[in-house]
Design a protein around this ligand. Sequence first.
Ligand SMILES: Cc1cc2nc3c(=O)[nH]c(=O)nc-3n(C[C@H](O)[C@H](O)[C@H](O)COP(=O)(O)O)c2cc1C
Length: 187
Amino acid sequence: MKKRMILVLFAAVIMPSFAQDSNNPGFKAIVNHYAARNFVSGSIARSDLDAIIDAGIRAPSASNRQPWHFTVVQNLDLAQKIVPQTQDGNVLIVVSSSGDGKTNGSQILDCALATESIYLAAQALGYGSRIYTGPMNTLNSRFKSDLGLPSGYNAVALVRVGRVQAGVDAVSAASSRKSANDMVTYK
Ligand SMILES: Cc1cc2nc3c(=O)[nH]c(=O)nc-3n(C[C@H](O)[C@H](O)[C@H](O)COP(=O)(O)O)c2cc1C
């Protein structure tokens, strides 16, 4: 009898807190993102920038090796050499990896996770963000010393963070995704 009462109590009080809540702010930040296209000029608060970088630092990595370095490019001239569309006040956060990604296969994945965390954190704080890998060849061949990348590091991706016009609806601003039916198998 006592056992049954405990079970009923568990079902009534504890279980609902495990139920899916699509309005949960953490869940929304992960799902309702989009690659910003229309950045506008305007600065990013230093405390927000630090929080965004911290999200990258806190990303998981294989064996907790943290094989990354983050270069925060605030200089507009330098930023425009890497991403010509950069607007005044936008910041480029370059994620570089120790090693070439071949000696330890997880380094690129680790850096990708840090990149994603930075991208999502920026949007959770109300900024626009977009991931870029297109400029990596040029960056690694021409701008490593301008950026002060640590010796032996190669840039893997960068996240452009900046202000976007207020009122952009995150869901409708994002491109469509393939259907779950085409991509998910349950066994
Ligand atoms: C690994 C990666 C590399 C990307 N590289 C570029 C890039 O070089 N230039 C660019 O304009 N967008 C780049 N993007 C942004 C994607 O095009 C964008 O995330 C994708 O089209 C989904 O858009 P949505 O978020 O609006 O749906 C990149 C995204 C990822 C994840």
